[in-house]
Design a protein around this ligand. Sequence first.
Ligand SMILES: Cc1cc2nc3c(=O)[nH]c(=O)nc-3n(C[C@H](O)[C@H](O)[C@H](O)COP(=O)(O)O)c2cc1C
Length: 346
Amino acid sequence: MIRTKLTERYGIERPFVSAGMGFIATPALAAAVSNAGGLGQLANGAAPPEVLRKLITATRALTGRPFAVNFIIETTAFGPLATDAHLRVCIEERVPAVVFHWAPPPVEWVRMLKDAGCDVWLQTSSITTAQAATASGVDIVIAQGGEAGGHVRGTTGLFTLLPRMVDAVRPAPVIAAGGIADGRGMAAALCLGAAGVCVGTRLIATVESNAHDEYKRRITEATEEDIVRTCIFGPEWPDGPMRVIRNRVVREWEGNDTKTPPQPNPPQIIGKTMLGGREYLMPKFAAILPTPETTGDFEEMCLAAGESAALVTTIGSAPAIVQTIAREAEQILEQQRAAVASMRSK
Ligand SMILES: Cc1cc2nc3c(=O)[nH]c(=O)nc-3n(C[C@H](O)[C@H](O)[C@H](O)COP(=O)(O)O)c2cc1C
């Protein structure tokens, strides 16, 4: 069993956190990871506060173990994705940890959550942002390497970013995100000083994830050469750099992809999906990820995934994946310790 500041703080068995992935990390995935001894993240995505409460209740119905709620701090076509009202729901529901991404939370939010006994985490790629956040009371930092899937601000790879972050925010625990899809990655992250890992792309290709089957299939087929960083997606959230699987629309705009292109005239609909119980007609370049309700042209859709998609070849069950990755990491760390001991005894 690997014990770290993360496992001790939340009384969990494995220093494994599932990424809060909008549209994908719904109650089934978050609960499955928590039930497997990790810490599941429930993604709020673009859900309004009353829907968030239902999602938390649904997660609680599937697990009695701790889980975290994830918010993106950004104003999109759906309005601000995190508001005072969302945080009040987390406080009322006694969620043990709230995780923010993209922008750091205002100090008043940090205070409000911590006064209510709720831990505050920030996912960032910036050392200075992380230092300011921990100085303002943020408890845990997720260091997001440039290889990570989904919206990704930074370009520095995890092998450089992680030890820098660990040194910069010590004694705050740092969780490693980006490129981790097996026990080797987890062991490496722990050796670089992480208190745990945050895994996204590997968990898209699971039975419990809310990704469309075709999206899952493309994750299992992608190699590292199929994964690119682009800003083309997002009439809903323009110009946000994302790591995605290359498809026709990405290929067509490669080299011209530092901004979201203007909408074609006349408008073009690339598919249909459901958002918050309502039908959503997906405009060209939509940043909405395909879920089981989505229909349309997958060559036009945003298929967010990190470089670690190259390590994913099967669709599995989330608990088995969490347990296998953690067990492999443990074995590797034990082998390394044994190898050093045997060198010393010679
Ligand atoms: C499909 C997808 C959606 C994501 N959505 C979010 C999100 O809503 N909030 C967030 O904090 N991070 C989000 N991320 C980023 C993850 O938190 C994390 O940084 C990333 O998945 C780690 O890299 P990996 O994909 O190589 O495991 C998303 C990532 C993916 C792949």
